[in-house]
Design a protein around this ligand. Structure first.
Ligand SMILES: Cc1cc2nc3c(=O)[nH]c(=O)nc-3n(C[C@H](O)[C@H](O)[C@H](O)COP(=O)(O)OP(=O)(O)OC[C@H]3O[C@@H](n4cnc5c(N)ncnc54)[C@H](O)[C@@H]3O)c2cc1C
Length: 332
């Protein structure tokens, strides 16, 4: 295997950050895991698993081995069960499902990254989450030197979270999906419905490919393209609180809230915009003009600068509302 030294993290993550990793390797065959394991234990260094680097924020030099996952393959287990290797690109796989008449993932089109990273934060968009379609996740446990599997229930999926968030020693090898052979369209998200009606599509005749294309269209319009304008998607999570806690906050009356049973969702995008951070720029980084949840880098920057700006925004909103925003990407 080729272990590279002093590897620039900007080459493998979608923020333009000048931090480096002491060592870097790619894995495209699980057979290589033994060599990687002995490299780590011989050098006595930590490791970091990476897919396409679209959801990590390197905050300093990583004094360990970055392992970039490129294990590929799609296997049909029966007419609606599909086992996908973790290094496959997520959007390409969603497109494959639509073409092959396996339905359910259309609302998750164009989310960047790999299939294997999807379960980590239970990727979600336009009223859908990956966890709802997962039957099983297989992994290699670096601590126990053993392959294992979690059922959907074991994964403990919730909003932008799962059991894997607390277990960085688990290398996700494959994800098995149970999809629908018959279309079951999810039009629960208002902006999706609005776009469909704007495009003159008749809801009664809609097909999964229409949802797939509409989601692509909306995302291309509302989100800065990470390949042209370095970013990691939403930098902050939306806030979910109990209804009774709402009274204790100092929220401006026009802040968007969405109530469901006892829980209230507060739009972080709206909060960030309301308090003047949308379009804010300081030196090499700022908050996108296009989408207030997206932190972007204009030129090479340091991890420290990103952490400073992110903390400043969290502190500002907390002091004005009593709400503490949480960051979505993984800080390394
Ligand atoms: C423009 C843009 C839009 C986005 N939109 C959305 C969105 O709508 N919804 C959403 O949920 N997310 C969104 N994201 C975030 C991102 O796309 C997802 O989190 C994606 O799953 C990250 O995939 P990745 O392969 O790039 O993971 P990486 O960034 O490489 O890694 C992310 C985390 O997963 C871990 N990891 C990666 N692969 C493995 C593995 N095989 N085994 C174990 N751990 C692993 C890493 O250690 C790290 O902690 C967006 C990002 C961008 C840049």
């Amino acid at each position: 295997m080729n272990f590279k030294r002093n590897f620039p993290l900007a080459e493998i993550c979608t923020l333009n950050i000048k931090e480096i990793a002491s060592y870097y390797c790619e894995i495209s065959d699980f057979e290589d895991i033994e060599e990687i394991r002995s490299f780590i234990s011989h050098k006595n260094i930590p490791f970091l698993l990476l897919g396409e680097g679209t959801n990590i924020v390197p905050t300093d030099t990583f004094k360990g081995l970055v392992i970039q996952n490129q294990i590929k393959g799609i296997e049909l287990l029966d007419s609606f069960t599909i086992k996908v290797s973790s290094g496959e690109n997520w959007h390409d796989f969603v497109e494959w499902t639509v073409k092959n008449k396996k339905y359910g993932l259309e609302n998750l089109a164009l989310i960047p990254g790999t299939v294997g990273a999807g379960p980590i934060q239970n990727i979600g968009a336009y009223g859908s989450e990956i966890g709802a379609y997962i039957k099983e996740v297989t992994f290699y446990d670096f601590h126990k030197d053993k392959v294992g599997a979690f059922s959907q229930k074991d994964c403990n999926f919730s909003y932008r979270s799962s059991v894997f968030k607390e277990k960085p020693e688990l290398f996700i090898l494959s994800v098995t999906f149970e999809l629908n052979n018959e279309p079951k369209l999810n039009l629960s998200y208002d902006s999706l419905k609005e776009q469909i009606s704007k495009d003159g599509l008749n809801e009664k005749n809609l097909k999964p490919i229409d949802i797939f294309n509409t989601v692509k269209k909306i995302r291309t319009r509302v989100l800065p393209n990470h390949l042209k304008q370095p970013n990691v998607g939403s930098f902050f999570k939306n806030v979910y609180i109990k209804k009774e806690e709402l009274k204790k906050l100092k929220l401006p009356s026009d802040i968007q809230t969405f109530e469901q049973d006892d829980i209230v969702k507060i739009s972080s995008a709206h909060l960030i915009e309301k308090f003047g951070w949308k379009g804010f720029r300081r030196g090499s980084l700022g908050i996108s003009e296009q989408h207030s949840l997206v932190l972007i880098t204009y030129e090479e920057t340091s991890g420290e600068e990103i952490v400073t700006l992110s903390n400043e925004i969290i502190k500002d909103i907390y002091s004005k509302t009593g709400l503490k925003l949480e960051v979505e990407p993984t800080f390394v």
